[in-house]
Each structure stands twice: as structure tokens, then as C-alpha cells.
Design a binder for this molecule. Structure first.
Ligand code: ATP
Ligand code: MG
Length: 392
């Protein structure tokens, strides 16, 4: 809900505040840059200021700007607000107008905070502002004050010579500003899980380099297009980072795994995949690999099999969805906007053997694995293309 005349967005950030002051300043700067990039990408005019441990966006489009802020990693909440001079008359006036627009019954409270020198206290704002709300609406509804459990809260933030009035705190993405951690290679298949995993890593500050393995007949053009669309969706959260899908040709390798390897096929496939990711990581300066795996979701995702496949690389394999149930992953995919594309039917062939091992030993994997598997991985990684780019 927008207060009439809204011309700003108050943006709160979380974890950023608990770091040392130089780290905090650096994070706030990043947060501001990232928010500016999203505003710019969406064509929303606005200036972002850093003030009093928050960001403030001055904008003629506070509704869209608040949504943009809520999509910025590191933001806890965002409130479209109207700014007025920090005088009791102006604050009361803004509260009255806002009440007429945004309050149609139930209990209310005024919740004021104040920093700076003023002739009134925040308690005065609560009291006199509360009266202003009451008088503004008493002809239309039966107002009721409840300071402990209000249905509507009128927030007032008084900072030096300005005051901001708002009624809403939109939940933000949370986490840390993107770029505050080192980059990771994210294995993105375009299914439901992997985009969510990549998003979670971004949420905690790591830019991701999305990598898709083109599996030939086991994937297909629609499968690849789905992964590309996923990368585009993710890049809406990070328009100032390069999230174009990197595509590694893996059709031949996978076909041979299908022919040559039996019950441990999926484990060797994963070892191959991690090796491709590792080599790309070296090239782009990434320090780990992110996957959409979760414990027990598939035969290749058991605790025992993770222990075996992870030994193929020294890089950490991060699994942000490790402990989530499928419904939780689906809910998150819907929230972040990747679900619809993920569920398009792309009709690819099945690589998994009919009786995969759920707890393979290292020896059994190595016994069946083609000797030149890592050579294939190296070749696939060296042939990585950027989706949408015409090869030279
Ligand atoms: P998702 O897990 O994204 O829903 P999926 O279920 O098809 O896709 P799984 O077989 O569960 O994939 O694979 C586990 C993880 O391995 C994926 O989450 C993803 O990180 C990675 N992965 C699988 N296939 C590919 C691929 N073709 N390219 C890149 N990464 C892949
Ligand atoms: Mg999966």
C-alpha cells in the first residue's frame, strides 16, 4: 500500500549491519550498486542514497522501486514512503492523508522512530500522530487503537530535517549483497532444483557462473533452451553480473557412459560433470561448485554416493538444497520465478540405469569407469560456449 504522494523507498538491510565498520561500508556500497543496477535494468528512475545504516531511494515510481529493492540480495525489507519536512504539522498531515487512503477499519498504531534534534520526541509523534489518524477517519470507520497487536501500523521515521511515513514493509530477498563473496560455478540443468540452488548461493553473496552440460540426445534443444531461460531469470536478480549460460558439449561423453558403464553410471556421470565444472572454475576464478542436489532425492544423491563422487575434485561442492524437501524447493522456485520454465516438458532420453547403486564403493565406481573420463571432461570444458554468442 502506497501512502499518497509517495516519493521514496526506505530500504533495510540485515546481516550487513553486524560486520566491522569497514566491511559494512563496503557491503552498503555494493548493495547500493546492485540496487541501482536493478532499477536501471527495469527502467525505474531513482536515486539511491546511503543514510543512517539504510538505503533510501528517491523515485517517482515507489511501488516498482520497492519491488526492485525487495529483489536485491541483502535487502531485508522495503517500504514505499512519503517524505515530508520533519515538523509535527507536516507529519500529522501525511498521516491523515495516508490514513484516509490506507486504513479502513480494525485496530491501528503509530510507530515512530527519530534521530536528530527536534522539538518533539518519538513518543509525541506516536501520540499526536495517532490523534491525526483518528480525526482523519472517524467519520468513515470506527477507529480503534491497539499498540500491541494492530491491524495497520503507521510508521514514521524522522531523520534530521525529513520524516518518512509508510504503512508497509515488503519482505526482501535477505542474505548478503551480491559480490561480497567469491564466485562459484553453478551447475544449472534448468530443472526445478538447480535454479533455486544457484539463487541461494547468490543470495549469500556469491556471483555464479551458470554451467550447463549439453547432453546430446539425453538433453536436446528444448532442454538447453530451458536452461538458457533459467539463466535469464537469474540474471534479473543480478543485471550487473555476467550470468549468461556457459554450455559444455557433453553428448559424446554421456553416450559412451550409457554404453560402457552399468550400475555406477550416474556416479561416473557426476564425477565427469564436477571435473568440467572444476576446469571452468579455474578459468573464471570461481572457488567452488553449486548443485541442486538434495539428500536422498535420487539414487545418486545419497549420503554414501556424495562421499564417493565428491572425491573427484578438491573444490568444495556446495549443495544449498541439501536438507530441503521437494515441496520446499518448489515453493522457493515459485517465489523466485523459475518454476514455470523448469516444468516445461522437454522430453529427453533417460540416462539412469534401471538399477542404480544407492551406496556405491569407490572401488566399484573406478572398476567400471572409462580410463579417459577426465580427458573427456577437459575437452568438454575447453569447448565451453557462451549461450547466445556466435562462435568466432
Ligand atoms: P534439477 O535438479 O535442476 O531439477 P534434474 O533433477 O534434472 O534437475 P538431477 O539429476 O537432480 O537434475 O541432477 C542434480 C544436479 O546436477 C542438478 O540440480 C544440477 O545442479 C546438476 N545437473 C544435472 N544435469 C545437469 C546438466 N545437464 N547441466 C548442468 N548441471 C546439471
Ligand atoms: Mg534434481
Amino acid at each position: 500500500m502506497l501512502p499518497p504522494g509517495a516519493d521514496a523507498v526506505v530500504v533495510r538491510h540485515g546481516d550487513v549491519g553486524v560486520k566491522s565498520s569497514s566491511v559494512q561500508a563496503d557491503m552498503e556500497r555494493r548493495l547500493r550498486d546492485n540496487l541501482e543496477a536493478i532499477l536501471d535494468d527495469r527502467g525505474i528512475p531513482g536515486d539511491v542514497e546511503r543514510e543512517w545504516g539504510r538505503l533510501l531511494v528517491r523515485t517517482p515510481e515507489p511501488d516498482a522501486a520497492a519491488d526492485a529493492a525487495a529483489d536485491t540480495f541483502g535487502v531485508v525489507s522495503a517500504s514505499p514512503a512519503v517524505s515530508v519536512p520533519a515538523e509535527m504539522r507536516s507529519i500529522r498531515g501525511a498521516l491523515a492523508l495516508t490514513a484516509r487512503e490506507c486504513y479502513d477499519g480494525g485496530a491501528y498504531a503509530v510507530d515512530a522512530r527519530r534521530v536528530g534534534d527536534h522539538e518533539f520526541t518519538s513518543h509525541d509523534v506516536n501520540r499526536l500522530g495517532g490523534d491525526a489518524v483518528w480525526y482523519a477517519v472517524e467519520g468513515d470507520v470506527r477507529p480503534e487503537v491497539d499498540l500491541d497487536d494492530p491491524d495497520v501500523t503507521f510508521f514514521v521515521e524522522v531523520r534530521d530535517d525529513e520524516a518518512f511515513v509508510f504503512v508497509e514493509k515488503r519482505d526482501g530477498a535477505g542474505g548478503l549483497p551480491l559480490g561480497s563473496q567469491k564466485p562459484l560455478v553453478a551447475l544449472v540443468s534448468g530443472g526445478i532444483d538447480s535454479p533455486v540452488a544457484a539463487w541461494e548461493a547468490m543470495k549469500r553473496g556469491s556471483p555464479v557462473v551458470p554451467l550447463y552440460l549439453d547432453l546430446g540426445p539425453y538433453g536436446g534443444p528444448d532442454h538447453r533452451a530451458r536452461a538458457e531461460e533459467t539463466a535469464r531469470r537469474l540474471s534479473a536478480y543480478a543485471p550487473n553480473y555476467d550470468l549468461r549460460l556457459r554450455v559444455a558439449p557433453a553428448g559424446d561423453a554421456v553416450a559412451r557412459l550409457g554404453e560402457e558403464v552399468g550400475r555406477t553410471r550416474m556416479l561416473s556421470y557426476r564425477r565427469f560433470m564436477y571435473r568440467v565444472a572444476e576446469r571452468l572454475a579455474e578459468r573464471v576464478g570461481a572457488v567452488g561448485v553449486v548443485t541442486g542436489e538434495s539428500l536422498g532425492q535420487k539414487s545418486s544423491q545419497t549420503a554414501g554416493n556424495f562421499a564417493v563422487v565428491d572425491r573427484v575434485t578438491d573444490l568444495p561442492i556446495h549443495r544449498p538444497l541439501f536438507a530441503l524437501d521437494k515441496q520446499e524447493i518448489v515453493a522457493r522456485a515459485r517465489d523466485i520465478g523459475t518454476y514455470r520454465d523448469s516444468t516445461l516438458d522437454v522430453g529427453c532420453d533417460r540416462l539412469a540405469p534401471s538399477q542404480p547403486l544407492t551406496s556405491a564403493s569407490m572401488e566399484s565406481v573406478l572398476a567400471d569407469e572409462p580410463d579417459d573420463l577426465f580427458e573427456w571432461a577437459r575437452e568438454a570444458a575447453d569447448a565451453v560456449e557462451v549461450a547466445g554468442e556466435v562462435p568466432a
